[in-house]
Design a protein around this ligand. Structure first.
Ligand code: PHE
Length: 341
């Protein structure tokens, strides 16, 4: 029996040495160690041994069994390693092959300018507020001191959504002022960039959809001086230290006093040219001190608080910044144009 065991061991080792696949390894295990395997068969014959032989053979059988088990696990490790090596050979990659070029996108000129403006205002302690583009007329008109009968409320000026004229596409970002003031107590310092809509014909300086950046500051003791200082700082930030501004008196129903702000034409330096249409100046925003009636309508006491507001024409600002002379280029998405920025 001893010889038989030694023979099994030798056969098992030989079989394991020639195993190449995990499935074959399993077959070898079953053949030698399985329930119906050769070792089991031998052990079943133990009963026929003499009491003296039994422990000796039993010990040898256990020893051989564990030796075969060890060989099996070694073979499993060998197969695993071989498999890994083959995979690595197959999957080897050549890092010297030139890659496929990735086309980098870049910002649209409007985004460049909007980001610059946001950076500037955030640096001044402003936060960014948002409001809906489909707006209630109460917010875009009534609460901004634009009563019924005012010309901007005419059908030829406004894109109404409902027959009763109570919902429309906002024609300015100013309703965000009201929405913020209704929710927030002063001090308030916000800007609100976004799309606005007007029934304008498309030409070099008009589009039925364009962008504004609304600004609002409300606190104790805010004056026109704060308004001028903020706007001048913005214009210098965007157009450079030497840019010149002009504040012209104007009228807006929701600010009093009101003004429009022009920037001196960068092409002709104020003499008048094609870019500024002979004016020497380019209008970029409307502004003013928030009307006491608007403050009061939002629950802010105009005797305690004052504020200034402005609405910047973002396309105008961008056109002046990059020397773009036709607003249509901003919206047409012609790659030849956009790639220049
Ligand atoms: N909403 C005005 C416009 O669209 C601009 C403006 C904003 C004026 C805030 C004064 C204060 O022309």
């Amino acid at each position: 029996m001893k010889e038989k065991l030694e023979q099994i061991k030798a056969e098992a080792i030989a079989a394991l040495n020639s195993v190449d696949l995990p499935a074959d390894l399993e077959n070898v295990r079953v053949r030698f160690l399985g329930k119906k395997g050769e070792m089991t068969a031998i052990l079943k014959q133990m009963g026929s041994l003499s009491p003296q032989e039994r422990p000796v053979i039993g010990q040898l059988a256990n020893q051989i069994r564990s030796e075969i088990e060890k060989q099996i696990s070694d073979t499993a490790a060998r197969l695993e390693e071989k498999h890994l090596e083959e995979r690595m050979k197959k999957e080897k990659l050549d890092v010297t092959i030139p890659g496929t070029p990735v086309a980098f996108g870049h910002k649209h000129p409007m985004s460049i300018l909007l980001d610059e403006a946001k950076d500037f205002f955030i640096g001044m302690g402003f936060t960014i507020a948002e409001g809906p583009e489909v707006e209630l007329s109460v917010y875009d008109f009534d609460k901004l001191n634009i009563p019924e009968g005012h010309t901007v409320r005419e059908w030829q000026d406004t894109f109404y959504i409902t027959e009763d004229e109570k919902i429309h596409l906002r024609c300015q970002t100013s309703p965000v002022q009201v929405r913020v003031m209704e929710k927030q107590k002063p001090p308030i310092r916000i800007i609100s960039p976004g799309r606005v809509y007007r029934k304008d014909e498309v030409d070099a300086t008009h589009s039925p959809m364009f962008h504004q950046i609304e600004g609002l500051v409300v606190d104790k003791g805010i004056t026109m001086g704060d308004l001028k200082g903020t706007i001048n700082a913005l214009i210098r930030y965007i157009y450079g230290e030497n840019s010149v501004t002009r504040f012209r008196p104007h009228h807006f129903p929701f600010t009093e006093p009101s003004c429009e702000v022009d920037v001196q034409c960068h092409v002709c330096g104020g003499k008048g040219c094609r870019v500024c249409k002979g004016e020497g100046w380019i209008e970029v925003l409307g502004a003013g001190m928030v009307h006491p009636r608007v403050l009061a309508g939002c629950g802010i006491d105009p005797n305690e608080y004052s504020g200034f507001a402005f609405g910047i024409g973002a396309e105008r600002l961008t056109m002046r910044r990059f020397g773009i002379t036709d607003m249509r280029l901003i919206f047409e998405n012609d790659m030849r144009f956009l790639q220049q920025f």
